[in-house]
Ligand binder design. Structure first.
Ligand SMILES: [Zn+2]
Length: 197
């Protein structure tokens, strides 16, 4: 989880000279399909392979970034990480494992952001959504970035696919006009279109 937050911090650093205005969501969507899963993303966004912990992306684990184009007038991004937890960790046996893991993930995010100088961190309550027939837990968050003193909003979501044995983690970040609603809709574009098995 730490590396994910580092990725997020680096992406925000690159946004210092930008004016994230936000704008109405475009309806057109494109489909990402690779590594044994697929999902929709808004057209005009750029998908890039990030890799996980120095490893190239594969079906069992990896990380991709979906971001607004570099010269865009707004900033929105998704960091999608997938991994294959070992069966000994109890994945697939109950939703409680997902719940416990998710609460730890959210707590780690808060701690890391506060340690890194992100201020006024606000994290909302846990919500439940369906993603490809699985439960997905997510929260809404806001923070003020130390790099540009701008307020950013986003979501953290997790879903576990017991068919393929993979955990999917969604972290979005952006500057959304109607903060909560827009940020949640942005996450749901990806998560509700996920085909994971
Ligand atoms: Zn699945």
């Amino acid at each position: 989880m730490k590396t994910l937050i580092v990725v997020l911090s680096i992406a925000l650093l690159g946004m210092v000279t930008m004016f994230p205005l936000g704008c109405a969501r475009e309806n057109e969507a494109e489909v990402f399909s690779e590594y044994g899963f697929s999902f929709k993303y808004p057209s005009g966004f750029v998908v890039s392979d990030e890799g996980l912990e120095g490893q190239a992306n594969s079906e069992s684990s990896g990380r991709i970034l979906v971001t607004t184009e570099e010269n865009s007038t707004r900033f929105e991004m998704l960091v999608l990480t997938w991994s294959s937890p070992s069966p000994e960790e109890g994945w697939g046996t109950s939703d409680k494992v997902l719940w416990d893991h998710f609460q730890t993930t959210v707590a780690d995010c808060r701690q890391t952001w506060e340690e890194d100088g992100y201020s006024s961190v606000m994290i909302g309550g846990t919500a439940l959504e369906s993603s490809s027939g699985h439960s997905m837990l997510y929260v809404y968050y806001e923070f003020t970035s130390p790099t540009d003193s701008e307020r950013y909003q986003g979501t953290i979501g997790e879903t576990y696919c017991d068919e393929s044995g993979r955990l999917f983690e969604f972290v979005t970040c952006g500057s959304f006009v109607a903060s909560t609603t827009d940020a949640e809709l942005f996450l749901l574009v990806f998560s509700t279109s996920l085909v994971c098995h």
